[in-house]
Write a protein that binds this ligand. Structure first.
Ligand code: AMP
Length: 312
């Protein structure tokens, strides 16, 4: 059985009652935009395995779409989504109206000082995108108050933004990682012991891929048959990087990868960057980071696809 709730008050009442009944109750939360696929379902399955109750939200958040056409074209197959959630035995689906998420209207967004994360990579290509993400996730967390928050590595920069929002939400300023100064090692898990109010543990889940390597995405359905076949070239390039990084300098590898992806018919690299996997600052030498990540955004036709690989 899955409970479908649309109003904030109902979610809070339901969860408070459950918490009181059980004494302690671990709640896992998976926020999504819907058009669910195996990637989303993997997060829900993991949450189910690790918590007493799993809440999934489906909300196509208008404030994170900088392109109105992208918002308009975003798939919304709600009946299919509900069937999938029933299949994986999700406990609660939160399907809010916009007025529940933005009681003051979508024009009145809170400002989050996301430092360099805000205008870098995805932020540079999609002005105000992360402001919208920060607003919606902060609000959803206020409503659900989960113990664990499940996010996909597929949206790597989004995970960093949400780590930042969560750390900032209930933490003393002095414990915040210093993204703005571009410093490394903001060991967020280490902060937990210093925080009075517990905050959700952020669990970053692996990227689920199609058989040919393409990262699953709700936007993949917008690719034509030939674009869909060609799009597999993006992950192929990332896997080459993951397997051969030691043989090249980052700059050489970056240039080669961009050239090769741009030679895929209909594909255009928006960015491809090697970054420190903790701070998401660009690196130009492997020694600059203990763990790196190669993040890319590629437009195939008018569909923008994101992917990344960890190195090593
Ligand atoms: P979205 O509905 O695209 O906002 O995604 C909701 C959550 O599912 C986010 O945390 C995504 O990172 C995650 N997600 C999306 N695609 C995948 C995938 N292919 N593998 C794993 N997680 C994913």
């Amino acid at each position: 059985m899955m409970i479908l709730l649309k109003q904030v008050g109902h979610v809070q009442d339901f969860l408070t009652r459950k918490r009181m009944e059980k004494g302690t109750l671990l709640i896992g939360f998976v926020p999504t935009l819907g058009a669910l696929h195996e990637g989303h379902l993997s997060l829900i399955r993991r949450s189910k395995a690790e918590n007493d109750l799993t809440v999934c939200s489906i909300y196509v958040n208008p404030t994170q779409f900088n392109d109105p056409k992208d918002l308009e074209k975003y798939p919304r197959p709600i009946e299919k989504d509900i069937a999938l959630l029933l299949e994986v035995q999700c406990d609660i689906l939160f399907l809010p109206y916009t007025k529940e998420i933005y009681p003051d209207g979508i024009q009145n967004l809170k400002d989050y000082d996301l430092g360099k994360l805000e205008n870098f990579l995805e932020g540079a290509s999609r002005p105000n995108h992360f402001k919208g993400v920060a607003n919606v996730v902060d609000r959803l967390l206020q409503i659900v108050q989960p113990d664990r928050l499940y996010l996909g590595q597929k949206d790597f920069q989004q995970v960093k933004v949400i780590e930042w929002v969560v750390a900032r939400g209930k933490t003393e300023e002095k414990f915040l990682p210093d993204w703005q100064a571009g410093k490394r090692d903001p060991d967020l898990s280490g902060l937990k012991s210093k925080i009075k109010n517990p905050k959700p543990e952020i669990i970053m889940c692996d990227i689920v891929r199609e058989e040919d390597g393409l990262a699953m995405s709700s936007r993949n359905v917008r690719l034509t048959a030939s674009q869909r076949i060609n799009a597999a070239g993006i992950s192929k390039e990332l896997f080459f990087i993951r397997d051969h990084w030691k043989e090249f300098e980052p700059e050489t590898l970056k240039k080669q990868a961009i050239d090769r992806i741009n030679s895929i018919p209909g594909a255009r690299v928006d960015y491809l960057e090697f970054c420190d996997a903790v701070s998401l600052t660009s690196i130009h030498d492997w020694k600059e980071a203990e763990h790196s990540v190669c993040v890319t955004a590629v437009k195939v036709g008018d569909v923008r696809l994101l992917d990344n690989v960890m190195i090593p």
